[in-house]
Design a protein around this ligand. Structure first.
Ligand SMILES: Nc1ncnc2c1ncn2[C@@H]1O[C@H](COP(=O)(O)OP(=O)(O)OP(=O)(O)O)[C@@H](O)[C@H]1O
Ligand SMILES: [Mg+2]
Length: 257
């Protein structure tokens, strides 16, 4: 059973934006994917990013935790410029978790070892301490009985929950989800949605890219609509789904419902 009250250190609200993004641009082989994108990610909010395929949503998320280098612009994390040559990117990678639609679990490591790995390797935690934290995260996500199994023996939904537990074991301040439910069978989607709800209740700051409008409507505090490498609308879910200002956002919403 999933527990509905996941307690995390970000429960205490931080007033400043967790991330501030200024004029972020990114090209791939001369093709502009993100152009002068500016926005901020606010603490304890769930920001859902919507938009058509190819809009640059995944690239944007990957830029936020430096999985993709950016061409120009600035990303501030907790007020520090992460582009600064003296900035320790490890801080960002340690504190910002990412879960994508491919679960990217190590196939020859048990569930428990997958979840323990980053605390041991990145945070230099002792194996015992990491094991304790990993088991707690697995318990919270209803996976304690799977700890000693290999990921391939789990369902897609369970593997996605392991991927989430792995991120949470690092005690992140910000979680980035890139279409966390898109590879799952419909009946497994609800588990992951419930986890995101529980994390929201705990005060976790999250950015979630999704194509599931119902989910965005249910969980988002704020919607960013992206198309062609720009944020065209930044609105509350009520505003976005009922009366967006941007014409492409209107057309997008009309097509979705
Ligand atoms: N590593 C890469 N090399 C070259 N082009 C890339 C790379 N990653 C993304 N792109 C291109 O950048 C554009 C934006 O891709 P991105 O994956 O960010 O879109 P998306 O909004 O996440 O789309 P989807 O909803 O289909 O996941 C696409 O045209 C894509 O082909
Ligand atoms: Mg994508």
């Amino acid at each position: 059973m999933l527990q509905t009250s996941l307690k995390h250190p970000t429960s205490e609200k931080i007033k400043t934006p967790i991330m501030q993004i200024y004029n972020l641009s990114k090209t791939f082989d001369g093709f502009t994917v993100l152009e002068n994108v500016s926005t901020e990610i606010r603490a304890s909010e769930v920001t859902c990013i919507l938009g058509p395929s190819g809009a640059g949503k995944s690239t944007f998320l990957r830029c936020l935790n430096h999985l993709e280098p950016i061409d120009s612009g600035k990303i501030l994390y907790l007020g520090n410029n992460t582009q600064d040559k003296n900035y320790n990117v490890c801080t960002l990678r340690t504190e910002v978790g990412m879960v994508s639609q491919q679960f990217n679990l190590f196939p020859f490591k048990t569930v428990l070892h997958n979840v323990m790995l980053a605390p041991v390797v990145v945070k230099h935690m002792s194996k015992n301490e990491a094991k304790e934290i990993a088991m707690k995260e697995l318990e919270k996500l209803g996976l304690a009985d799977k700890a000693n199994l290999l990921p391939s023996t789990l369902s897609g939904g369970q593997q996605q929950r392991v991927a989430i537990a792995r991120s949470l074991a690092m005690k992140p301040k910000l979680m980035l989800f890139d279409e966390p439910t898109s590879a799952l069978d419909p009946e497994l989607v609800r588990d992951v949605v419930d986890i995101i709800h529980a994390l929201k209740k705990s005060g976790m700051t999250m950015v979630v890219v999704t194509h599931e409008m119902g989910f965005a409507l249910e969980v988002a505090d704020r919607i960013l609509f992206m198309a062609d490498g720009h944020i065209l609308e930044d609105a509350s879910p009520e505003k976005f789904f009922n009366n967006p200002d941007d014409e492409r956002a209107r057309a997008f919403v009309a097509k979705m419902f």
